[in-house]
Design a protein around this ligand. Structure first.
Ligand SMILES: *Cc1c(COP(=O)(O)O)cnc(C)c1O
Length: 344
């Protein structure tokens, strides 16, 4: 356990790495360790996985949304400032599908308004923003080692921080907050977010392969980019000059001009033996959050749009060149069949 944490911290160049039971726990633990709770707000993108918002709700705080960019599918950082109130305590950038958020403006706002930054780096292990690793740019960086993530321990997670104080609080809360003065005395409500030694042993082995995994993801994306470029009606993921995208998942958008809907497109792929998955349903459309009285009068048009049009095609680490070529052949065939024709 200790070795996994130490090697991870060294690999990421941070002072403290704290193992957790999963990525959702990493996020919750970070927000709780910042003493964020009832009556406070945390700003996050509308397009993300439910875990990001749920982790905020667990503490009693309110998840406040900003819309995402049409091209990067990431948090539109120019929309953050207008969402800051007296109750705002933190910003949670989510590096979606492996592409880093434009962090400099986020860091600037956090300084200006005295806010914490909790990075959700669950999809971006190894990605860099201006040569700095995602998960090391804020007060806390949160990772997931779920089975389909870039490195995996089956279930598992990690929290990174450079703050001794925050690290100590996170370690305390992660293990039921046993008082350092007296065992079985608890001054706070902690959690059991411990990782097992077996998982840590897996993580240690996976960490050694990280560079290889990243190379594979980037190679996969380059192949897809090459084979799928120029198909009108399909929007491909973008690169940013300041970022290294690690392509956790290779996402595409089926635009109106394609000629068929996303669901019809996915069915056509499936009929030809190619599986795909839809993008996340945006947070502003989650019944669990709407029931809390959130977002009913707010608009997140880009998150809505990409949530309807986006899907990801096979992106696992075990994918082969032949499989990538097959996926692309199928997509090109479906494109030829429907593009420019009227089908409903
Ligand atoms: C996977 C993921 C999580 C949650 O990780 P778990 O280990 O499944 O709890 C959180 N945020 C994002 C963006 C994710 O993709």
């Amino acid at each position: 356990m200790k070795e996994f944490e130490e090697k991870f911290a060294a690999r990421f160049g941070v002072k403290h790495a704290i193992t957790t039971s999963n990525g959702t726990a990493s996020l919750h633990l970070s927000i709780a360790a910042l003493n964020i709770g009832k009556g406070m707000e945390v700003i996050l993108p509308a397009h993300t996985m439910m875990s990001s918002a749920a982790a905020i709700v667990y503490t009693g705080a309110t998840p406040v949304l900003v819309d995402v960019e049409r091209d990067s599918w990431n948090m539109d950082v120019s929309q953050i400032e207008k969402k800051i109130t007296k109750k705002t305590k933190a910003i949670m950038p989510v590096h979606i599908y492996g592409l880093p958020v434009d962090m400099d403006p986020v860091i600037k706002l956090a300084k200006q308004y005295d806010l914490a930054i909790v990075e959700d780096a669950a999809e971006s292990t190894g990605a860099t923003y201006k040569n700095k690793l995602t998960g090391t740019l804020g007060d806390f960086g949160c990772f997931s080692f779920y089975a389909n993530k870039i490195i995996t321990t089956g279930e598992g997670g990690m929290v990174l921080t450079n703050s001794d104080k925050l690290a100590a609080h996170a370690r305390l809360l992660k293990d039921m907050a046993h008082s350092p003065k007296q065992r079985f005395l608890h001054e706070e409500i902690g959690f059991n977010y411990r990782m097992t030694n077996m998982q840590a042993a897996l993580g240690l082995a996976q960490l050694e392969e990280l560079d290889l995994y990243l190379e594979t993801k980037i190679w996969m994306a380059k192949m897809y980019n090459k084979l799928l470029s120029g198909l009108e009606g399909i929007t491909l993921p973008i690169e940013k000059s300041w970022a290294k995208n690690v392509y956790w998942m290779y996402g595409i958008l089926i635009e109106d001009s394609f000629g068929i809907s996303r669901s019809k497109f996915m069915q056509e792929l499936l009929d030809r033996g190619v599986d795909s998955r839809t993008f996340f349903v945006p947070m502003n459309s989650q019944p669990a959050l709407l029931k809390m009285g959130l977002y009913s009068k707010e608009k997140y048009p880009v998150a809505d749009e990409i949530g309807m049009k986006g899907l990801y095609i096979p992106s696992g680490l075990a994918i082969t060149k032949v499989q990538i070529e097959k996926v692309c052949e199928v997509i090109i065939e479906v494109h030829k069949k429907f593009h420019g024709k009227k089908h409903k």
